[in-house]
Design a protein around this ligand. Structure first.
Ligand SMILES: NC(=O)c1ccc[n+]([C@@H]2O[C@H](COP(=O)([O-])OP(=O)(O)OC[C@H]3O[C@@H](n4cnc5c(N)ncnc54)[C@H](O)[C@@H]3O)[C@@H](O)[C@H]2O)c1
Length: 270
C-alpha cells in the first residue's frame, strides 16, 4: 500500500467520514436530497432531514432507520420564513455541522405569462429559503464554524430550457449567495460551496416532464438538444450528485471553498 511521505497525512477513510457530525439536508424526501441522506448516513452522520412532504419524509426516515442511523425529521414549508425560524429553535443544542440547501422547484411558465405569485414562490424556496437557512446556520455556529453546500443548477450558467426564467434567476442568486458568504465567513470557520448539477432523473424532473409533455412538444426538442450536447451522453443519477456532496461535506475537500462544483456530465464544458 502507498503510504504518505509524512506521518501526518490522514487516512482516506478518516477524511471521508462524517462520524460525529450532524448534517441537515433540505428537500430530503425525494431525488437528490434523499440520495444525499443515504450517502451521508453511510459516512456516519447523524441526520436532520427537512421537507414539506411529511409522508415521503417518513418513508425515507423508516428506510434509513433500519441501518441504525440517528435521524430527526422536520416538516417545514421553507417558503415560510417563520417556519425556518421555528426549525432552528428546535435545533438548539444539536445545531448541524453541515447544512445542505437542496430543496428546490423548477416549474415552467411562458415568460410573457409570469405573475407575481409564480415568481415569488420560486424565489422564496430556491433563493430566500437558502439565504435564511444560511443566516441561521452561521448565527447558530458562529463560534464553531461549519460546512454549507448550496445546490444551484447549470441553468444559472447556461440557460437551456425555455420557460425557466424565474428558476435560472433564483439559482444565479444561490451562486452569488454562496460566493458572498464564502468571502465573508471563510476566516470564521465556515467552508461554503455550491453544487451545480446538470440534468438528473428524479421524481421532480419526471413530474415536470410529464406535465410539459401534455402541453408542449417543444420540450422534446429541447431534451434532445440537451442530450446531444452532453459529452457523457446521458442524464445523471441522484447518487452521482450525492457522492460529490459527500466530498464537499467531508474533509476530503478541506481546501475547497467559495467555488462552483459542476456535476453535469460535462454539459457546461461542451
Ligand atoms: N434534477 C435535476 O435535473 C436538477 C438539476 C439541477 C439542479 N437541481 C436542483 O437540485 C435540487 C433537488 O432537485 P430534485 O430534482 O431532487 O427535486 P425533487 O422534486 O425530486 O425533490 C425536491 C424536494 O424538495 C421538497 N420541497 C418542495 N417544496 C418545498 C418547500 N416549500 N419546503 C420544503 N421542502 C420542499 C419536495 O417535497 C421534494 O422532496 C433542487 O434545488 C433543484 O433545483 C436539480
Amino acid at each position: 500500500m502507498l503510504r504518505p511521505q509524512s506521518k501526518k497525512l490522514r487516512p482516506l477513510a478518516d477524511l471521508i467520514s462524517l462520524s460525529g457530525k450532524i448534517a441537515l439536508i433540505t428537500g430530503a424526501a425525494s431525488g437528490i436530497g434523499k440520495a444525499m441522506a443515504y450517502r451521508f448516513a453511510e459516512a456516519g452522520a447523524t441526520l436532520e432531514l427537512v421537507d414539506i412532504n411529511e409522508e415521503q419524509l417518513k418513508i425515507t426516515c423508516d428506510e434509513l432507520s433500519k441501518s441504525g442511523v440517528r435521524i430527526g425529521t422536520h416538516k417545514v414549508d421553507l417558503c415560510e420564513k417563520s417556519e425556518i425560524e421555528q426549525l432552528w429553535s428546535e435545533l438548539v443544542g444539536k445545531e448541524p455541522d453541515i447544512l445542505v440547501n437542496n430543496a428546490g422547484i423548477y416549474p415552467m411558465k411562458d415568460f410573457l405569462e409570469l405573475d407575481e405569485a409564480f415568481l415569488r414562490k420560486v424565489m422564496d424556496l430556491n433563493l430566500n429559503a437558502a439565504l435564511w437557512m444560511c443566516q441561521n446556520m452561521i448565527k447558530a455556529r458562529m463560534k464553531r464554524g461549519g460546512v454549507i453546500i448550496n445546490v444551484a443548477s447549470v441553468e444559472a450558467v447556461m440557460p437551456v430550457k425555455e420557460d425557466l426564467v424565474p428558476y435560472g434567476l433564483s439559482k444565479v442568486g444561490v451562486i452569488m449567495l454562496t460566493r458572498s458568504l464564502a468571502a465573508e465567513y471563510g476566516r470564521k470557520g465556515f467552508r461554503i460551496n455550491a453544487l451545480v448539477p446538470g440534468g438528473v432523473l428524479t421524481p421532480g424532473t419526471k413530474n415536470v416532464a410529464k406535465e410539459v409533455l401534455k402541453l408542449n412538444v417543444g420540450i422534446i426538442q429541447t431534451g434532445l438538444e440537451y442530450r446531444q450536447r452532453l459529452p457523457l451522453g446521458r442524464l445523471g443519477e441522484p447518487d452521482e450528485i450525492a457522492r460529490m456532496a459527500l466530498v464537499l461535506a467531508s474533509d476530503l475537500s478541506s481546501y475547497v471553498h467559495g467555488t462552483l462544483v459542476a456535476v453535469d456530465g460535462g454539459f457546461l464544458s461542451a
